[in-house]
Design a protein around this ligand. Sequence first.
Ligand code: FAD
Length: 430
Amino acid sequence: MGRAFVYVIVGGGVAAGYAALEFTRKGVSDGELCIISDEPVAPYERPALSKGFLLPEDPTRLPSFHTCVGANDEILTPKWYKEHGIELVLGTRVKSVDARRLTLVTSTGETITYNFLIIATGARALKLEEFGVEGSDAENVCYLRDLSDADRLATAIQSSSNGNAVVIGGGYIGMECAASLVINKINVTMVLAGAHCMARLFTPKIATFYEDYYMGKGVKFIKGTVLTSFEFDSDKKAWHSVSVNLKDGNQLPADLVVVGIGIRPNISLFEGQLIIEKGGIKVNSQMQSSESSVYAIGDVATFPVKLYGEMRRLEHVDFARKSARHAVSAIMEPEKTGEFDYLPCFYSRFFAFSWQFYGDHVGEVVHFGEYDEGKVFGAYWVKEGHLVGCFLEGGTKEQYETISKATQLKPAVTDMEELEREGLGFTQTV
Ligand code: FAD
């Protein structure tokens, strides 16, 4: 027994929500589209979980952050899906997919057939156990990938007021969570494996600015080391019961531990069926996988970045949104849909700071702006005489649009000192 749909999206996160909106814009009919998600709620803007969701006062809660509110579009509530004839199958895991036979089986035992499948299964948080450390099941050891993680973390925060938290990892999850913990009056120590925070993107100068600010808020940084074990009281469920042991010999008391040590795309359903590259599902410039009826979008997709002539996988919300729109367009209007020409874009927000990055962070770096003032500052990356990347803190909407357009054009840079002097003004002349 089972149902048949023209289009099925497996996974109900950011990319699925934006794909649904695009399907309705292109004119999907009632009963043609089905979204299957193992989360119990309709697609939502995942970045809210480490920001507004963790605030002590007036925290953001659903339905206010369902997609597609993040791009100033509509809020797609469960009612919206119903009104648009989209079948939302929630709290249901897809257990297996036969990509050749165009069928899948869900955790309820239902077989569903489709003409087109869009894979939007996102990623999962890496667990400490994968690095040989036991203890992730303790109540005050938290990860942050989905709504249930965020609920758990919010409860742990409430129980740890004026206590101590240890944040493992200095990526954007670590940085945003640490800021939220400080706002909740919790003492924070951040443990970073590398030399500074956001090590994959930030230059030492950018990182120093933010780290100094965090230290001013009482955050301690311990760098160049990793967590090796926990010591729990006899009952792992009790609060105030853990100490964190680090490789460098440090032992930190903790009421709460937040772990943000990276993610892995959810591709296991498709291994052996679709071509996998760089840990993701390989797609072409139409977001189409090695099976012509199967598309992949968001965190799971390894796609050709036309601008740089190479295959990449990106774990950022802007890509999830735009790849979703492109895939739906390629499926529904193939003759009108050109190659996906995407400029990588990341952003983050913590405390009163807000930054965006466009392009590629390779080559030589030139810093500009008011680092001392901490208001509007940034950096350019220049490779082989061309501007390829731009980071900006505290910009206006217009300034972000300008740097985005300039970075896409890869303008020539002949004089690095001149570029430094011109600063943000350079992109206005492009
Ligand atoms: P997801 O949004 O993860 O959705 C995948 C969905 O598929 C989930 O609902 C999952 O449960 C479901 N699923 C998986 N397997 C199955 C299965 N077998 N059956 C059924 N359902 C399944 N990016 C930024 O650029 N800036 C930010 O500030 C930022 N902040 C973030 C903060 C947090 C806390 C997190 C977790 C991420 C953040 N990101 C940010 C990253 C961004 O949210 C992701 O890149 C984006 O969500 C990817 O969208 P997606 O649809 O590919 O995956």
